[in-house]
Design a binder for this molecule. Structure first.
Ligand code: PFF
Length: 443
C-alpha cells in the first residue's frame, strides 16, 4: 500500500473522519427521517445506537485499517483469511453504490447554494412546489452530479495530506462555526418552539414502533458511516500509538452534535411553513424544497441572504468531506490491488461512479430505492465486520489497542460490548430494517 503517505497530525485524522461522518446524512437524512415521526423517541434510539453499536464498530474498523495496513478491499482477507474476503467486496460495492447517488444529492446542494447566492430561492408556495423537481431532473441534475464527482476526485487525487487533510482542516471548523451561528439565529425565529416540540416531542409508543427503530438504525449507520471501509481506508495511515478509542469517541460525538444542532436549525424553519402540510410524509425533498422556501420567507434582505448562503454552504462542505471518504475506498483499493497511481485510480473510479449514478441523477424515485438498498447493505457489512473483529479475530483488537496504549480493562470492555451488545443489536436492527424496507416497497 502507498504507505509513504500519512496524516500530518492526530487532529488531521479526527477532522477527516469527522468530515466523513458529518454529511448530508446529518442535514438531509436527519430532517427527512425525523420528519417521518418518532420525535424524541427517534432521537433517543438514534443516540443509543450510535453509542452502543456504531462506536464499538468504528473502533473495530479503525483497528482493521491500522493493523492490516491494507485497502478496504483486501483488509478483511488479510485480517481473517480467505473466508472473509467477500467483506472487502461488500465494502467496495456499498461505498461505490452510496457515492453514486451521494454526488447527485451534493449536486442539489450545490445548485441550491447557487440559487441562494443569486438571491432567488423560491418565495411563494407555488414556486416552492416547482423548485425541487426543477433541480432534481434533466440537465440541472446531471450538471450538479458531474461537477460534484469531479470536485471530489480533485481533492482525493491531491492525496491524503495535501488533499483530504487540507480540505477537512479548514472545512470542518468553518462548518461548526456556521452551524452554531445558524442554530442561534433559528432559536430566535417565531416558530422555533413548535419546531423543537416536533423534533423532541415524546410518545412512548414510538419507542417500539418498527418504523422509528428502522429509521434510527439507518440514520445512525449512515451518519457515522461505519461498516463500509471509508474510515478503514483513512486508518491505514494512522501511526501505531494513536489513541483509537478516544479518536473514535471524538468522531461520533462531533457527528451526533452536528445532527442534533442541524435539527435545531431545520425544524424551526420547517415549522414556519406549517409542519403538518409540508413534512407530514417526510420526503427526500425536505431539505431541498421545504428549507429553501422556509429560508426565503423567514428573513429577507441581507440577513436572509447571509443565512441561506451559510446554510447551503455548510450543506455543501459537509457533503464534499463525506464524498471524499467514500471515494477513497475504491481509490485505495485500486492503488493497493492493481498498483495504479492515485491519479489514475481516481479518474477511473469517478467515471465509473458517474455512470452508475446516472439513473439516480435522472429519477429521484430511483435514488430513494438505491438509498434504501445501500442502507440495508451498509448494516449487513457492519454485522460481518463485528463478527470478524469481535468473534473471529478478537486478538487483533486486543493487541492493537494495547500497543496503542489503551488500558487492558478498557480494551476488554470494548470487546465485550462488541460481542454481546453490538453484534446482536445489529442483527436485530437488520431484520427490522429489511422488514420495513420490504413493507415500504410493497405498500
Ligand atoms: N456519513 C455521511 C453522511 O452522514 O452524509 C455519509 C457517509 C460517508 C456514509 C461515508 C458512509 C461513509 F462511509
Amino acid at each position: 500500500m502507498g504507505r509513504k503517505e500519512s496524516w500530518g497530525s492526530g487532529l488531521g485524522f479526527v477532522l477527516a473522519s469527522a468530515g466523513s461522518a458529518v454529511g448530508l446524512g446529518n442535514l438531509w437524512g436527519f430532517a427527512y427521517r425525523a420528519s417521518q415521526g418518532g420525535g424524541g423517541a427517534f432521537v433517543l434510539l438514534y443516540i443509543f445506537i450510535v453509542l452502543l453499536v456504531c462506536l464499538p464498530l468504528l473502533i473495530a474498523e479503525m483497528v482493521i485499517g491500522r493493523t492490516t495496513g491494507s485497502s478496504p478491499l483486501t483488509a478483511p482477507l488479510k485480517a481473517g483469511g480467505k473466508s472473509w474476503a467477500p467483506l472487502g467486496w461488500l465494502f467496495l460495492i456499498v461505498s461505490v453504490g452510496i457515492l453514486s447517488y451521494y454526488v447527485v444529492l451534493m449536486g442539489y446542494a450545490g445548485t441550491t447554494l447557487l440559487h441562494a447566492f443569486l438571491g432567488d430561492l423560491p418565495l411563494d408556495k407555488a414556486a416552492a412546489g416547482d423548485y425541487f423537481p426543477s433541480i432534481s431532473s434533466g440537465g440541472v441534475s446531471l450538471r450538479g452530479q458531474l461537477l460534484s464527482i469531479v470536485l471530489t476526485g480533485v481533492v482525493v487525487g491531491a492525496g491524503i495530506r495535501r488533499g483530504i487533510e487540507r480540505l477537512t482542516k479548514w472545512g470542518m471548523p468553518l462548518l461548526f462555526i456556521m452551524l452554531i451561528g445558524l442554530a442561534i439565529w433559528a432559536s430566535s425565529q417565531p416558530n422555533a418552539q413548535e419546531g423543537y416540540a416536533f423534533l423532541f416531542g415524546w410518545d412512548w409508543s414510538k419507542l417500539t414502533d418498527p418504523q422509528t427503530i428502522s429509521n434510527a438504525f439507518k440514520q445512525a449507520f449512515f451518519s457515522v458511516g461505519t461498516g463500509i471501509g471509508a474510515i478503514l481506508a483513512y486508518s491505514i495511515y494512522l501511526n501505531s500509538k494513536s489513541p483509537i478509542p478516544g479518536e473514535a469517541a471524538a468522531v461520533v460525538s462531533l457527528d451526533t452534535a452536528v445532527g442534533l444542532l442541524a435539527g435545531c436549525v431545520t425544524f424551526p424553519l420547517v415549522a414556519i411553513l406549517g409542519l403538518g402540510d409540508l413534512v407530514g410524509e417526510g420526503s427526500v425533498g425536505t431539505l431541498f424544497s421545504t428549507l429553501p422556501h422556509g429560508l426565503a420567507i423567514t428573513s429577507l434582505g441581507l440577513t436572509g441572504w447571509v443565512v441561506s448562503v451559510c446554510f447551503f454552504g455548510l450543506v455543501f462542505i459537509a457533503a464534499i468531506t463525506s464524498a471524499i471518504s467514500l471515494l477513497e475506498v475504491p481509490v485505495s483499493s485500486l492503488i493497493d490491488q492493481i498498483g495504479w497511481s492515485r491519479q489514475k485510480s481516481v479518474w477511473v473510479s469517478i467515471i465509473l461512479i458517474a455512470c452508475i449514478g446516472l439513473p439516480s441523477a435522472l429519477d429521484v424515485e430511483f435514488l430513494v430505492k438505491i438509498d434504501s438498498i445501500m442502507n440495508a447493505l451498509l448494516i449487513t457489512s457492519g454485522l460481518i465486520l463485528a463478527l470478524l473483529v469481535g468473534w473471529s479475530k478478537p486478538k487483533l483488537l486486543i493487541e492493537d489497542l494495547t500497543n496503542g496504549g489503551t488500558p487492558r480493562e478498557r480494551t476488554n470492555t470494548f470487546l465485550w460490548t462488541l460481542r454481546w451488545i453490538t453484534t446482536p443489536a445489529i442483527a436485530l436492527g437488520l431484520v427490522i430494517v429489511l422488514e420495513e424496507t420490504l413493507r415500504g416497497w410493497s405498500g
